[in-house]
Design a protein around this ligand. Structure first.
Ligand code: DHB
Length: 424
């Protein structure tokens, strides 16, 4: 783990009211694609540089990922290694709080995509016993591993339900393509840029998983902020869909208020400068489908996530009942307790898990790596247990992170962090 301290603190100066001992600790992870995340420095990471400018202490841990092998060529970074390592790093900050710079009661994690999933997961699983055996195994300090706040960009999370959510969002859209924009410069990746069409078998999977999503949503007892139940009917429509539309409409409204012209968006109804309605299918068609069904737990057992759930000796595993039953690879399912340890949804309502007080969750309006329903469900459930959640789907933002910091008038991430640190 790299630890960075603004030099001013060693010159006995303060920054924005913070000192060497009171400065919050910004703790980003650099995990992408559930691959190993290395420690980062301020010249590699805009988030780290910005944090230091704001007077934060920065702790940047290395985290094992799915592709790692040890000396014996055994897998060394399969689930739950990524979350165990992040927790071990937090435990270290708590353990040595007396001699390290920064306020360990104000740890704020940050990550994007798989890293966003980890940031959120560590935020909801503070001190849960499930992880203790794994922490002991790597020689981590037996310590508090809870955090104050979590910032998550486009979290690839709730993997057990992500397939169904994806098919619900892209229902009826059967062309898919890894990249949305074809750029001549990317010629060498031409295969990954080609548009493909799902075959009958995949369309059948899409339909079945879409129906599973309705069952899942209706099992959650979700409510909006006014306490109104959010559900879906047998045609996959209903108040939950209207809620998702409202998130997208708010996103559109924000840019309309800044004078952006959205007349090109035929799926969006704008009336008197207000985004009043939208066609969900038109929206999904516009952002385009990236993945075939099943999007995460692939029936051929070859996806990023299949690779995450392998074990010491097996590179890949399934992690859903549906794809295990439909496996064309005769694949096995990962252990239930490991699947659980990677999914924040199991811990949100578990009283034995200490949750962070604050969450900031962003899912770009044109993100197509996972369904917007995934981050919406997460945000709603966190709000339900009393967490303070700032959730939005910023307009025209693809699958990415750290886009709303650095330039001073746009520094929304650190504006949020400074606000919650002062409040909490
Ligand atoms: C990431 C993106 C994906 O589409 C995915 O399935 C897993 C991880 C990522 O960018 O981290």
């Amino acid at each position: 783990m790299n630890i960075y301290v603004p030099k001013a603190y060693y010159d006995k100066k303060s920054i924005d009211g913070y000192t060497l001992k009171t400065a919050p600790i910004f703790m980003p992870n650099s995990v992408g694609g559930y691959c190993p995340g290395k420690t980062e420095n301020p010249s590699e990471s805009k988030a780290i540089l910005t944090a230091l400018r704001h007077g934060f202490i920065v702790a940047s841990p290395a985290i094992r990922g799915r592709t790692l092998k040890n000396r014996n060529k055994n897998n060394h970074g399969k689930a739950p290694a990524c979350i165990v390592d992040y927790k071990a790093a937090v435990g270290f900050l708590h353990k040595f709080a007396d001699i390290l710079p920064g306020d360990d009661n104000k740890i704020i994690t940050n990550g994007t995509s798989a890293g966003g999933a980890l940031s959120c997961l560590i935020g909801v699983t503070g001190n849960h016993l499930d992880y203790k055996e794994h922490l002991r195994e790597i020689g981590a300090a037996e310590e508090d591993d809870s955090i104050f706040a979590s910032s998550c960009y486009c979290p690839i999370t709730n993997l057990g339900n992500a397939d169904a959510a994806y098919e619900w969002q892209f229902d009826g859209i059967y062309d898919y393509c890894k990249s949305r924009i074809l750029t001549p410069k990317s010629d060498k990746n031409i295969n990954s840029l080609l548009k493909r069409t799902m075959n009958e078998e995949r369309i059948k999977i899409s339909k079945e998983e879409c129906a599973l999503f309705t069952t899942y949503i209706n099992s959650l007892n979700l409510k909006d902020e006014d306490g109104k139940p959010l559900t879906l009917d047998e045609n996959e429509n209903g108040t939950f869909k209207e809620y998702i539309k409202s998130v997208i409409l708010s996103s559109a409204q924000e840019v309309l208020d800044k004078g952006v012209d959205l007349t090109g968006k035929k799926w969006l109804d704008v009336c008197g400068g207000k985004a009043v309605a939208m066609d969900f299918y038109g929206y999904a068609k516009d952002i385009t489908r990236m993945k075939t069904a099943s999007a995460f737990d692939d029936i051929t057992m070859t996806s990023t996530e299949n690779n995450l759930f392998g074990d010491k000796y097996n590179d890949y595993a399934h992690f859903t009942k549906y794809s295990t039953c439909h496996s064309t690879a005769n694949g096995k399912t990962a252990q239930k307790k490991i699947i659980k340890m990677l999914n924040p949804m199991y811990y949100i309502e578990d009283e034995k898990a200490e949750s962070a007080k604050y969450f900031r969750i962003r899912h770009g309006e044109r993100d197509r790596d996972t369904s917007i329903a995934i981050s919406a469900i997460l945000s709603l459930k966190l709000k339900e247990i009393g967490c303070n959640v700032d959730y939005a789907a910023p307009w025209d933002i693809p699958h990415s992170g750290d886009y709303d910091l650095d330039e001073y008038d746009l520094d929304e991430l650190f504006a949020w962090i400074n606000k919650i640190v002062k409040e909490g």
